[in-house]
Design a protein around this ligand. Sequence first.
Ligand SMILES: [Zn+2]
Ligand SMILES: [Zn+2]
Length: 291
Amino acid sequence: MRAVRLDAGGLPELADLPEPTGPGVLVRVRACGLCGSDVEKLGRAAPGTVLGHEVAGELENGDRVTVLHRVPCGTCERCVARHESTCAEFRELRIAPGGFAERVRATHCVPLPETLDEHDGVWVEPLACVLRAAEAVPRGRVLVVGCGAIGQLWVQVLRRRGDDVVAVDPRPERVATAHVLGASTDHDPVVSAVVTAAGGINDALRRLEPGGSLLVFSAPEGDVATSLDAVYRKELTVVGSRSATPAYFRAALDLLPSLVLPEVTTLPLERFLEGVDLYRRGDALKVVFTP
Ligand SMILES: [Zn+2]
Ligand SMILES: [Zn+2]
């Protein structure tokens, strides 16, 4: 079957791979979203890796599903402390080889309702991550840094729970979309900030009220120069949240049909590099690949 795997330099190439084997069931991939974390792994992940974890697929009987690529044990100390993504079991991959392929084997599938558009299953995982992280964001006036696809989900999730949302992004057209979704733009202090993009962390720290809280939802691998003075003087709280758990997948499925989904650029797997380029340049909000 066709798949995009990483070559010796960690760069993506279209390859012919054997049919997937291993535990779980066979899922025919209909679409797989390109996540910012996939792009971060290019040039870094091990040769042979097949990335992709935002899958809209179909079982052999035609039932539509999305898959969980990682699952916490639910009972260890880390899980009980609600840091499930740091659970030792969470490191294990539950899909083989990865979503950027014609077919995968998956141990944990979540059924998708027929009412969902064919490719919309790709949003369940990202939305589940937002819903889990939102619990670590104190309510009130919340700043969303970055109005890409993930920022747009954040704006809607926060508005729905009653927060005042302020959105910033260097691209005016993205801020305009955030406004349509219910965000505003001003320079007043905020009680919480959500960082969904590489830049902007220091602006967020400066805007937080004393005792405020910053959620790191995305981060580059390298070090980022950070104004610790603001954290110290205003006694701010900085928390991170990564990935999701089965319960949040279910919550995301319930919420998904009522959201305005970000604009998608759909490309075949053959045009993987082009899709990565569009995403990196900011010319595509969200890229989805179809095998
Ligand atoms: Zn993702
Ligand atoms: Zn655990």
